[in-house]
Design a protein around this ligand. Structure first.
Ligand code: HEM
Length: 193
């Protein structure tokens, strides 16, 4: 994708400035790569610690679609919420919001809301849900969500098919987590087969 973008920056057919190219490169790295990589590590950890769910997925590979949606809901890696500025005065769930106010939407709370999801703290790869907030919502919802879904639907089954006896090489409490970035994730995941 970067090579394609570079082609659009150089030569006679150039449609992007170098500044735009750099901006898109940074966007792809952080919005596209960092997020998906974090989801792959955490999803692996989650499936390694939910044996019944992993077994169910291995026996029913057709459940990978609902598994990925459930992992997106359950993990909600974009951890600090989405900021929005109110364009006008409004009332939202009994709160008075003034034009210009910053509103931060806690997606992780929304994705564990018991009014929206039954038994929300349980990972359930068979969960029937209309939607979750893992890719945001509305006009700025994730542009790359279908790429991310395609990557996760490919990687997770392949990993567990290739290494059916994969397991954690360290106790769960010793897995180093990274909670400092926009997305949380595992710093390192030691596994054995
Ligand atoms: C599992 C992986 C991913 C997660 C969890 C994720 C999450 C999100 C979230 C929550 C937003 C909304 C931000 C907001 O409303 O302020 C967003 C926006 C965005 N994402 Fe993703 N994303 C992922 C993968 C990707 C990929 C693979 C790409 C590109 C290849 C991508 C590109 C974008 C872009 C361009 C936006 C901005 C959309 C806009 O502001 O209109 N994302 N993402």
């Amino acid at each position: 994708m970067l090579a394609e973008l570079i082609n659009k920056t150089d030569g006679e057919d150039a449609v992007l400035s170098e500044r735009q190219l750099i901006g898109l490169g940074v966007l792809l790295l952080f919005a596209g790569h960092d997020t998906t990589a974090a989801m792959m590590g955490l999803s692996t950890l989650t499936l390694l610690t939910h044996h019944e769910q992993r077994k169910e997925l291995m026996e029913h590979p057709e459940k990978i679609g609902t598994t990925v949606e459930e992992l997106m809901r359950y993990l909600t890696i974009v951890q600090f919420g989405l900021g929005r500025v109110a364009k006008e005065d409004l009332e939202l769930a009994d709160a008075q919001i003034k034009k210009g106010d910053l509103v931060v939407v806690a997606m992780n709370a929304a994705n564990r809301d018991p009014r929206a999801f039954q038994d929300p703290d349980t990972l359930d790869i068979d969960r029937k849900m209309a939607r979750h907030m893992g890719f945001g919502y509305g006009v700025h919802a994730c542009l790359g969500q279908n790429v991310a879904r395609a990557e996760l639907k490919t990687v997770l089954p392949k990993l567990f098919q290739r290494f059916p006896h994969l397991r954690l090489a360290t106790p769960l409490e010793e897995v180093p987590m990274d909670f400092t970035g926009t997305n949380y994730g595992v710093r390192k995941l030691m596994v054995t087969r």
